[in-house]
Design a protein around this ligand. Structure first.
Ligand code: NAP
Length: 343
């Protein structure tokens, strides 16, 4: 078994890590860290547990440590990070200098030329940037990022449509409150309401998607040249980001050709990888967050409402934002690192 730890283990994403690592075939949880406020407490006392399955008994009794390389056992080979980006920006390099491999959710460094931003089914070859990263930074460890939760929902569908010549993408999102973490949106703000702004989210979708769909060049990634514009909205669902996507392509595929392209999206032979990657709904009113966020155990992408219009292709897409969009994405990246011999 590969011994792993979680940085920021008590938060919304950290709890998903704990849930997904329970009974994992290759990873054994050996360290949980959080802020100084939680350090020294048992995980049961420190985490405001909000996941529907109980805290695994062995994790409940673990002592939460501060997020410091000296507090994590040396025989831990892989760290999953779900720290706020401000904290991650400071702390992740300390772990990398200490030789740890970090699979991170946090938004810092995602666009750095030498940091692989990876969805295993889409761009596993971007892991090659780890060599460039080690040369540039002198780290013994390695940093790999997964994209923002709204980006990861859309990009597998865009990758499937790239065979038709992706030119322009417009996306409008309906994002769940869990995407903001526990302290992100108050009930007084969101009940009976929708908030047509999520700070920084639109820019993340516009940039990260082009890096993910790009190809590795000499010193970094040559980004895909499609234009992407996003409008991001928070609504009163708990989990599951729904997105309305409009795509212009060079070719004019039929609805059946679009659906077939989605169904043919390749999976990966990794423990947490869903097969199929993209689930296509025929019913025009699906996917819906409450009904469909757990498609493929929360790791698949659900697509429906495919239409072709004079302006191009239109569809709706959904994924579980704290599973596929966060903890599950990092775990899958960890599985890819193990499979490709980086651990
Ligand atoms: P959260 O619920 O606020 O949890 C934050 C975690 O980090 C907690 O364990 C917290 O510990 C710890 N922490 C906070 N400040 C710290 C510090 N200075 N040093 C060490 N540990 C610290 O946040 P979240 O929603 O899980 O998000 C975590 C990260 O994942 C963020 O970067 C977020 O942008 C990203 N992300 C979230 C989602 C999502 O759907 N929620 C999706 C994709 C990416 P305490 O409990 O001790 O405070």
């Amino acid at each position: 078994m590969i011994r792993v730890g979680i940085l920021g283990a008590t938060g919304a994403v950290g709890q998903r890590f704990v849930q997904l690592l329970d009974g994992h075939p290759a990873f054994e949880l050996a360290a949980v860290t959080a802020s100084e406020d939680s350090a020294g407490s048992s995980y049961r006392d420190a985490a405001k547990w909000r996941v529907s399955t109980p805290i695994p008994d062995d994790v409940a009794e673990m002592t939460v440590t501060s997020t410091d390389p000296d507090e994590v056992p040396d025989d831990v080979d892989l760290l999953f990070s779900s720290l706020p980006s401000g904290a991650a920006e400071v702390v992740e390099p300390e772990f990398l200098e200490a030789g740890y491999v970090v699979s991170s959710n946090s938004s810092n460094a995602r666009l750095d030329d030498d940091v692989p931003l990876v969805i295993p089914e889409i761009n596993p070859d971007h892991l090659d940037l780890i060599e460039v990263q080690r040369d540039n930074r002198g780290w013994d460890g390695a940093l790999i990022k997964n994209p923002n939760c709204s980006t990861i929902t859309m990009v597998p569908a865009l990758a499937a449509l790239d065979q038709f010549g992706l030119e322009r993408v417009h996306v409008s999102t309906l994002q769940a409150v869990s995407g903001a973490g526990y302290s992100g949106v108050t009930s007084m703000e969101i009940i009976d309401n929708a908030i047509p702004h999520i700070g920084g989210e639109e820019e993340k979708m516009e940039t990260e998607s082009r890096k993910l769909l790009g190809s590795v060049g000499e010193d970094g990634v040559d980004w895909h040249d499609a234009s992407v514009s996003a409008s991001c909205n928070r609504i009163a669902t708990i989990d599951g980001h729904l997105e309305n996507v409009f795509v212009e392509t060079e070719a004019d595929p039929t609805i059946d050709e679009v659906a077939e392209a989605f169904r043919a999206a390749p999976s990966q032979d990794l423990p947490s990888a869903p097969d199929p990657l993209i689930h296509v709904f025929e019913d025009p009113d699906r996917p819906q967050p409450r009904l469909d966020r757990m498609v493929g155990d929360g790791m698949a992408i659900a697509v429906g409402g495919i239409q072709t219009t004079d302006s191009g292709i239109q569809f709706n897409v959904l994924s579980h934002n704290t599973i596929r969009g966060a903890a599950g994405a990092s775990v899958l990246n960890g599985e890819l690192l193990a499979d490709r011999g980086w651990l």
